[in-house]
Design a protein around this ligand. Structure first.
Ligand code: PLP
Length: 311
């Protein structure tokens, strides 16, 4: 028998099938919401789900809420507790994806003034496998869509309306037979993938676009920067990267909660290095996977372990 799925909406846990909003919800019309994508990784040995960097995800959600004037009645601690309680109740014994959304919930269609709109918060948890095939290096395309500058749209947080750009870019790449899109920013520097940050390795130096290149401040990005420094003794350089530098790189890889750490084998029909997963990418990938399931004792504090309920 499949277990009943539960969501969180309106300040309480409700059956998933009852978690509904009205057709005039402001966020539905204007993208006035802030979301997070969080993974829970099933650890068979421990019999627990390891939620990766839960607190940091809610800190980023709160930063987005501040920008969008969404005042939630919950602290980061409250949000973490809401999440672990819901995960426990859902009882999943497998990898899961957690999707919190803070949104302008008012039934208000013709209203572009954020200030007096009601705020809501919801959370759903879904069984989740791989988002992108990371058993082989990806084939990527430089997108014809550009990542917006922060002067048009805040880019360091996950405001839902911003994702139209990512969706157009990803869809264009898939329709052209590629796996993923790489977006440049308005200045023409490399920014990131449609839902991932980007790293490049050249002559033994790891680089990634700087915050000022309008990429999302990814939590996996931060984790990889720290793993590279602490465990491989390699500092990651954060700087502008030109598109053509990627063609000449020895290794390129993408990082994100959904995509994990995935090697790029080809960009715009040019092989990156040998076209295979490079040695630094491989070492970081191994470290990353051990860390997210809670098997790297040095980073135990990055993982919130939850025991699923029996049913
Ligand atoms: C546009 C974009 N860039 C990068 C990332 C990677 O961020 P994180 O590692 O926090 O999941 C994501 C995913 O959340 C994203 O949507």
């Amino acid at each position: 028998m499949t277990q009943k799925a539960w969501a969180f909406l309106g300040g309480k846990q409700v059956p998933l099938e009852d978690a509904k909003v009205g057709v005039m919800t402001h966020a539905l019309h204007y993208g006035t919401s802030v979301f997070e994508g969080i993974r829970g990784n099933w650890n068979e040995k421990l019999g627990k789900v390891s939620i990766f960097r839960l607190r940091e995800h809610y800190e980023r959600l709160q930063r987005g809420c501040k920008i969008l004037r969404i005042d939630l009645p919950y602290s980061v601690d409250d949000l973490c507790k809401i999440t672990t309680d819901l995960l426990e109740r859902n009882g999943y014994r497998q990898d899961v994806y957690l999707r919190p959304l803070a949104f302008k919930g008012q039934q208000a269609v013709a209203n572009l003034n954020l200030n007096a709109l009601e705020n809501e918060f919801m959370l759903v948890i879904l069984p989740f496998g791989s988002y992108i095939d990371n058993t082989r290096p990806l084939r990527c395309q430089t997108s014809s869509w550009r990542r917006p500058m922060d002067s048009s749209m805040p880019t360091g947080v996950k405001i839902s309306g911003l994702y139209t750009t990512s969706i157009l870019a990803k869809s264009e790449a898939i329709a052209a037979g590629f796996d993923e899109a790489i977006l440049l920013n308005q200045d023409g520097s490399v920014s990131e993938g449609s839902g991932e940050n980007l790293f490049m390795v050249r002559d033994g130096i790891i680089s990634t676009p700087a915050e000022t290149d309008n990429c999302l401040l990814g939590i996996t990005r931060d984790s990889v920067i720290r793993l590279a420094k602490d465990q491989l003794g390699m500092d990651v350089v954060q700087r502008h990267i030109h598109r053509s530098e990627l063609y000449l790189a020895d290794e390129v890889f993408l990082t994100g909660t959904a995509a994990h750490l995935t090697s790029v084998g080809e960009l715009d029909n040019r092989a990156i290095g040998s076209g295979k997963t490079g040695p630094i990418t491989q070492r970081l990938q191994d470290l990353y996977f051990a860390t997210v399931v809670g098997d790297n004792d040095d980073y135990a504090d990055w993982c919130t372990l939850v025991t699923p309920s029996g049913g």
